[in-house]
Design a protein around this ligand. Structure first.
Ligand code: GDP
Ligand code: CA
Length: 322
């Protein structure tokens, strides 16, 4: 079975760990969000690709859900001693090595997809990890600060401001000109199932879908497309997804997110059991819906995530035979 998954960071990575347990023989291609990428200290940082790579490769800081395990922050402290920031982005010493290797390879002329493949030779994530695009796409968020409209980098909005001000708009800068990375459209066309993990619908999955050609390829693939809600009981399980959903005019609920993707894209949708009351609403939008436990409570073992993945594959099978 060939499975394609559109993934952001934590939600995507933890789900993928479960998917690997649920479908050990499947050929899994992950299309990773690169709209979160940022240049810091002259280095190219790809937070979502790295979260997937470290989580599946056994190098993730489990409590945080991002960054390396056993991390130290000597380089960051030394930079701060020079007055060189930003201090609000947590880059550890081990993590720095990844960004140095990546930046060096990019400077030597390798595209991000080739660099990601090279980094994965060390981490062996057990999936094929592709960036959504080799072209630079950077998510910016429009905010009003002191009565003035300003666009800030997504990381500044998320990490520095902690989404404490309302997002007025979310713009994947560069997406319109971006091309899907080599292998992306081919993987979608060859897929038996396409999954949207419980990743952020706006700044993770939404950004991937904003690369011209990807949304169309998924809609035209002719295979079941099944998603899992990152919103449980009308709130994000972690993070501030409600803020970016509001910016695109979508209420923070499992049903509204399904309707936002729409039946043109989505065939099946899983909501948490606490949201069982919305199953009918989602189905009336033309999307087959089931309520199952959607909390990845045991990230280390991944069994809850594996059950979720099984439920998603089962729903895909129902769609296929319907
Ligand atoms: P990010 O790039 O690190 O923000 O990660 P993603 O975009 O992949 O995932 C973020 C989303 O995952 C958030 O909107 C969370 O609500 C959701 N999420 C995190 N943990 C869980 C979980 O255990 N269950 C569900 N259903 N969603 C989760
Ligand atoms: Ca992210």
């Amino acid at each position: 079975m060939r499975i394609v998954v559109l993934a952001g960071g934590i939600g995507g990575a933890r789900f993928l760990r479960g998917l690997k347990l649920a479908a050990p023989d499947a050929d899994i291609t992950v299309i990773g969000n690169t709209g979160d990428d940022i240049h810091l200290f002259g280095l190219k940082v790809c937070p979502d690709l790295d979260t997937v790579m470290y989580t599946l490769g056994g190098g993730i800081n489990e409590e945080q859900g991002w960054g390396r395990t056993g991390e130290s922050f000597t380089v960051k402290e030394e930079l701060a001693a020079y007055g060189v920031g930003p201090e609000w982005f947590g880059l550890g010493d081990r993590d720095f090595a990844t960004h140095i290797v990546r930046t060096q390879m990019l400077a030597a002329g390798f595209p991000l997809s080739a660099v990601t493949e090279a980094l994965c030779e060390r981490w062996k994530p057990g999936v094929r990890l592709l960036p959504m695009s080799d072209d630079r796409v950077e998510t910016h968020v429009a905010v009003d600060i002191d009565g003035e409209r300003k666009a800030v980098h997504f990381q500044e909005y998320w990490v520095k401001l902690r989404a404490s001000v309302d997002a007025q708009a979310v713009v994947p800068v560069g997406a319109e000109q971006a091309k899907p990375a080599p292998g992306v459209l081919e993987a979608i066309a060859a897929a038996d199932v396409i999954l949207f993990p419980p990743s952020n619908p706006v700044v993770s999955v939404g950004t991937i879908l904003s690369v011209p050609g990807i949304r169309e390829a998924i809609a035209e693939a002719g295979v079941p497309v099944v998603g899992l809600s990152p919103i449980v009981g009308d709130a994000p399980v972690r993070g501030m997804a409600d803020k970016v959903l509001a910016a695109v005019g979508v209420e923070s609920s499992a049903a509204a997110v399904a309707e936002h993707y729409g039946s043109g894209l989505l065939d099946g949708w899983l909501v948490d059991t606490v949201d069982a009351g919305v199953v009918e609403r989602v189905e009336s939008a033309g999307i087959r819906c089931r309520a199952v436990p959607l909390m990845m409570t045991d990230p280390e073992v991944g069994t809850a995530a594996a059950d979720m993945a099984r439920a998603a594959l089962q729903l895909a099978e129902e769609v296929r035979t319907a």
